[in-house]
Design a protein around this ligand. Structure first.
Ligand code: GLC
Length: 351
């Protein structure tokens, strides 16, 4: 049953206390000063994904390369957090020791620096490692070696860099995924005992499978995540990578009471998970593809954000400047209607 979490009432107080503290922590290497995970989870508020850039096979392959001004743009728009999808598996050796290409690592350093220099929080994940799910036993050592390198490289970064173990595990069952987590998490923890680590369930980070996660009880620095794309036939109409989705073109989202109720039920389940597991939860992706009509996209986005807000569920919109995008890179302008669905008081772009 849904009930207001008492912690959420203390949120403004925590924010003051904690955000004040964070800036002075920027040189900290000792994670003993990291705040508890509920305070860390406040860093995830109002986020946007830099999708299609660093999780493409090579950056630029899917049309977008990150530019420094994008960080200024999202900061000025009011976002507090960036989720950076990263396809590490395309930049690591195939064989032991699975070394990550130094030039690629520097590119990720650059993105982290650009975010944190502007006071943005950043989540780096491991995205599109599809081979891992096709053959988990063969790829587990490489998965672990990638996280060993990533987590040790960034161990001295402040608490506003968070890790997400794996985007959208799929084609494996929850038992297997739970086992994989148990193997990789201690590697991350050996260098990052208190950094926020985000983990979602199988079936492409579905909310349903989140409840099958068996996270180690003693690890109190974990955040659950799920992706919200319901109704899928609306959000993914005409998506070239979803077979059969052309037939869904023209699906609208009118905000009827039934449509709203479906989303409310999902969000209530997310709050249930949070209360039952005593762990924060984050919506790492939600968005509707640009082939859907704009009024429906705005209605859907706005409804989700408002419903998340009173539940104190942090979110990250999918995504900045590609097919679901808020920003038109060619015309160099925001889709203001969509941006206002996220931030109703957003007036004019400052950059
Ligand atoms: C997932 C996929 C990404 C896709 C998005 C929306 O994050 O990894 O490639 O664009 O969902 O379908």
């Amino acid at each position: 049953m849904l009930a207001l979490n008492p912690l959420s009432l203390l949120r403004p107080f925590f924010s003051l206390l904690f955000f004040g503290g964070l800036s002075s922590m920027s040189l900290a290497s000792d994670q003993s000063s990291f705040p508890d995970i509920f305070r860390q989870s406040y860093l995830l508020e109002q986020g946007v994904n830099f999708g299609n850039a660093l999780e493409a096979p090579q950056e630029g392959d899917w049309g977008i390369r990150l530019e420094e001004r994008y960080f200024d743009l999202i900061k000025a728009a009011g976002f507090k957090t960036v989720r950076l999808p990263v396809r590490w598996s395309a930049h690591a050796q195939e064989k032991p020791p699975y070394t990550i290409d130094p030039a690629f690592f520097e590119r990720i350093d650059w993105a982290i620096d650009k975010a944190t220099e502007r006071g943005l929080n950043i989540v780096i994940n491991l995205h599109h490692y599809d081979e891992l799910f096709k053959n988990p036993s063969v790829h587990q050592p490489r998965f672990s070696a990638i996280w060993e390198q990533v987590s040790s490289r960034y161990q001295n970064r402040p608490a506003n860099l968070l890790f997400e173990l794996c985007n959208e595990p799929h084609d494996i069952d929850s038992d297997r995924w739970n086992q994989m987590i148990l193997e990789v998490l201690p590697i991350v923890r050996s260098t990052n005992p208190r950094r926020g680590v985000i983990i979602g369930g199988t079936d492409w980070n579905s909310l349903k499978k989140l409840s099958e996660l068996k996270l180690p009880e003693s690890d109190r620095y974990l955040i659950g995540t799920f992706h919200l794309y319901a109704p899928f036939k609306f959000t993914h109409q005409g998506a070239e990578w979803i077979p059969g989705s052309k037939a869904w073109l023209g699906t609208q989202w009118l905000g009827s009471s039934e449509e709203k109720e479906c989303i409310r039920i999902e969000l209530d389940h997310a709050v249930d998970w949070w209360e039952k597991n005593r762990r924060p939860i984050w919506i790492g992706e939600f968005g509707a593809y640009s082939k859907a009509d704009l009024p429906s996209r705005c209605r859907w986005t706005e409804f989700i954000v408002r419903e998340c807000e009173w539940r104190h569920l942090p979110w990250a919109y999918w995504e900045f400047g590609a097919g679901f995008g808020l920003y038109d890179r060619l015309q160099k302008k925001w889709n203001l209607l969509l941006l206002r669905a996220l931030f109703p008081f957003f007036a004019f772009p400052k950059v």
